[in-house]
Design a protein around this ligand. Structure first.
Ligand SMILES: *Cc1c(COP(=O)(O)O)cnc(C)c1O
Length: 226
């Protein structure tokens, strides 16, 4: 997949949302394995929010680009022993999938920073991913996050499997929409359904994504596999 210019991606998001009668979703530019220069180039075009998978790689970029005032999201699996580093450097963590991580992030979010914005990652396909909580674990995990003053529950994240069968993909997106609507009805601060990547974002938007995470379509193929 070759890279598209940022304005083209934004137009695609706008068009997909308009077709579904919805506001355009936020774009998270997924910069994992991309050098800080590539992030700075996109920031110069107006992109503010960036997603990273690996804590140490991300922290180096966050520090190098601190003067730009960007918003950094952790979207990769988070090991508990990296929770402190993540809580100190990121603005959002989208991959919270177990109670132990909730406690560790809350304990380590520095008092001088605003609460950490948190999404619950849901394993919506069972087989699709090793990470993410089961759909029936969302209410308890959400309640644990909402009870932590140093965390702010903002919604849900999923990586639906790229099934070749369109109906199967649609079932996963629809299940995420249902979970999200139930959560938003319970928590007024919940406003974010993060789903959709380079290969499936128009479909995700049709099913109510409010944030899409796009890497390859923006930056081109990654320098090394991730
Ligand atoms: C890498 C990654 C993306 C972006 O994937 P592309 O196919 O390059 O757009 C989105 N979300 C997560 C969780 C990722 O790990």
């Amino acid at each position: 997949m070759s890279a598209l210019p940022l304005p083209t991606i934004l137009l695609n998001l706008h068009n997909a949302a308009a077709a579904a009668g919805r506001p355009a979703p936020r774009l998270l530019a997924v910069s994992k394995t991309q050098p800080a220069d590539a992030v700075a180039a996109l920031a110069a075009q107006g992109q503010r929010a960036f997603g990273e998978n690996y804590v140490q790689e991300a922290v180096a970029k966050i520090d190098a680009l601190a003067a730009l005032g960007l918003e950094w999201h952790l979207i990769g699996h988070l090991q508990s022993n990296k929770a402190e580093l993540a809580a100190r450097h990121f603005h959002w963590v989208q991959s919270v999938d177990r109670p132990r991580l909730v406690a560790a992030l809350a304990a380590h979010r520095p008092a001088g920073l605003p609460p950490l914005e948190v999404l619950v990652q849901v394993n919506i396909d069972d087989e699709g991913s090793k990470h993410g909580c089961r759909p029936d674990a969302v209410p308890a995990l959400a309640a644990a996050i909402a009870a932590e003053p140093r965390l702010r529950l903002r919604g849900l994240m999923a990586i639906p499997a790229p099934w070749p069968d369109a109906e199967r993909r649609a079932r996963a997106f629809e299940a995420m929409r249902t979970l999200f609507q139930a959560l938003a009805a319970q928590y007024p601060q919940v406003d974010t359904l993060s789903m959709g990547m380079s290969g499936d974002y128009p479909e995700a938007i049709a099913y109510g994504a409010t944030m899409v995470r796009i890497g390859t379509a923006l930056f081109g193929a990654r320098p090394r596999p991730a």
